[in-house]
Design a binder for this molecule. Structure first.
Ligand code: ADP
Length: 541
């Protein structure tokens, strides 16, 4: 094809084309705000200048140990400065960060160390016993780096070197590796693997950069923002806020464990403005004992996602003085991919209406090209809030693919869309609402029943704190809904199955009313999701 006049002598060069990478955010923030507090961890505080220097030392120390382009460096740590720094230093060395879910069992951690071919493993002192057990099982023997922390239980070190000593050994003037190709891998995140071995999701510098920008815009972060790390950084790299907060020049407030007393105290002490959390964390905050629950001194914006937030929980957080934003996403799309974007009418809505509006998963985030709901033939379903289909995503913030799994990658991208496996509807205004994961839908007497719809009703019962509904095999109907319910403190004795069923009858069509009710605590994943597979196992009969 003939070139146009705009193609001749107008090639890309170093002056006008730079690979997108979130590493650039730290370099800029250290330049613009060298003295601003970048990280708070208990009594420790680092400025942006210090954070950049520490990351450069860390990267240099990895390079000195032969770790470079394309090498995986795994991290097993709660939300501490080292975990945050790893998000910059490992890519600065050319490596790929693999942040491992800290609540996995040793066998799964061993699987990840082998599958990812990790060259090094950073281990927080608290997690040394888990790491030691995993290393004993793994074939791969990475370099182990201990992260000591006074706030951690006093477990003995298991590695070759301690983190601060490693930093001290690194040259802060060592050249940083900025990727020449933005398609280069930056992170590897394993899915929960409820249906077999976990899949390794490979993300690139470009997508991480773009999704961080989208999240800064979505949550409204500024240099004055103070972000509390309630969301695990191992979960989709903290939904890319590990990079986003730095881009905004805000302050990262680390948090070793999700404890309502600590969260409310830090919100006050550090003047926190933003945080992210799964809906179960919001439930914990709402039901925290009265002596730890405090109204934030100023409005705190909380982004929630990872599971559908019940409207009652959104309303409860508003009443506590929080402003709730809703995000939806998956590991495969760098965390958040859709936002329930604000509309001018939202402010005038009643709390109840606003909570209903906010409970929808929304529209594509700023950097996602498209999101829609499709039928089995690959056509968008009508925007009637009723016809269900599979939620599909496409754009620059979709993973490269699954590590060493071309078949799963091909399947996930069939037809030029990423298939989420989530079922939803399109509202007339174009907003998406998830009705279920495809594997969670209940099919009773040939009718589809959304487990989420039943859960929304249960959450509105004044004596119910949490609820999850799964399909129970049934000889007559095929499947029937079984509700697992946790009563609010003080109602454990008085709440009966008949109460719950009567309440559901008032608010749901008869065939959707749960046929079985079980009371008790709900099993949860480390990211705060209710383990429906475990509940299904209990009712499998
Ligand atoms: P895992 O598979 O381990 O749960 P992910 O974090 O990737 O790991 O989970 C993504 C899934 O979580 C989505 O496919 C969806 O089912 C669920 N999810 C995430 N955000 C929301 C949300 N806002 N509303 C409903 N479901 C959500």
């Amino acid at each position: 094809m003939a070139n146009t006049i705009f193609d001749t002598d107008l090639d890309r060069n170093a002056a006008n084309f730079v690979a997108l990478s979130p590493i650039s955010f730290l370099v800029r923030s250290a330049r613009v705000w060298p003295g601003r507090t970048a990280v708070v961890h208990g009594a420790r505080r680092f400025t942006y200048a210090m954070m950049l220097e520490r990351c450069r030392r860390f990267a240099a120390a990895l390079a000195a140990r032969g770790i470079g382009r394309g090498d995986t460096v795994a991290v097993l740590a709660p939300n501490t400065p080292a975990m945050l720094e790893a998000h910059y230093a490992i890519p600065m060395a050319g490596g790929v960060i693999c942040a491992i879910n800290t609540r996995l069992d040793a066998a799964t951690v061993a699987f990840i160390l082998d599958h990812s071919e990790a060259r090094a493993l950073l281990v927080d002192q608290e997690l040394a016993p888990l790491a030691a057990a995993a290393l004993a099982l793994a074939r791969n023997k990475p370099l182990v780096i201990d992260i000591a922390d006074e706030a951690a239980p006093p477990n003995p070190p298991i590695g070759a070197i301690e983190y601060e000593a490693l930093l001290a050994s690194g040259d802060p003037a060592h050249p940083m590796h900025l990727p020449d190709d933005e398609w280069q891998a930056i992170s590897l995140g394993y899915t929960s693997g409820t249906t077999g071995d976990p899949k390794g999701v490979v993300c690139h510098h470009r997508g991480a950069h773009l999704n961080a920008v989208a999240n800064v815009l979505g949550l409204g972060l500024t240099p004055e923002s103070v972000y509390l790390w309630t969301l695990p950084m191992f979960h989709c790299n903290g939904w890319t806020y590990t990079w986003g907060v730095t881009l905004a020049g805000g302050t990262h407030v680390c948090l070793r464990r999700v404890d309502p007393a600590l969260i409310f105290a830090l919100i006050e002490q550090e003047a926190v403005t933003h945080l992210c959390a799964a809906p179960v964390v919001m439930t914990m905050l709402i039901h925290a004992p009265a002596d730890v629950r405090r109204r934030p001194p100023r409005k705190v914006r909380i982004a929630t996602g990872g599971a559908a937030p019940p409207t009652a929980v959104i309303g409860g957080m508003e009443a506590l003085g929080f402003e709730v934003m809703h995000l939806y996403g998956l590991t495969e799309v760098y965390g958040p991919a859709t936002f329930c974007a604000w509309q001018p009418t939202v402010a005038q809505m009643s709390t109840e209406m606003r909570a209903r509006f906010t409970s929808r998963q929304g529209v594509p985030s700023h950097m996602l090209e498209d999101a829609t709901v499709m039928d089995a033939d690959g056509h968008s379903v009508p925007a009637d809030a009723t016809t269900m289909g599979e939620l599909m995503l496409r754009g620059n913030t979709v993973m490269k693919g699954y590590l060493k799994n071309p078949e799963a990658t091909r399947k996930a991208f069939a037809g030029g869309w990423f298939h989420t496996g989530d079922l939803g509807v399109l509202h007339p205004d174009g907003y998406i609402e998830i009705r279920d994961r495809s594997k969670d839908i209940i099919i009773s007497g040939g009718e589809n029943i959304s487990s989420l719809e039943i859960e929304q009703v249960l959450f509105r019962h004044p004596a119910i704190m949490e609820a999850a509904v799964v399909a129970q095999p049934d000889a007559r109907w095929g499947e029937v809904p079984h509700a697992f319910v946790t009563a609010k403190p003080g109602h454990e004795e008085s709440l009966t199955p008949d109460d719950v069923i009567a309440f559901c009858r008032q608010h749901l069509a008869g065939y959707k009313v749960p046929k079985h009710i079980t009371f008790g605590a709900l099993p949860k994943t480390s990211t705060g999701k209710i383990q429906k597979f475990e509940l299904r196992r209990r009712v499998a009969g």
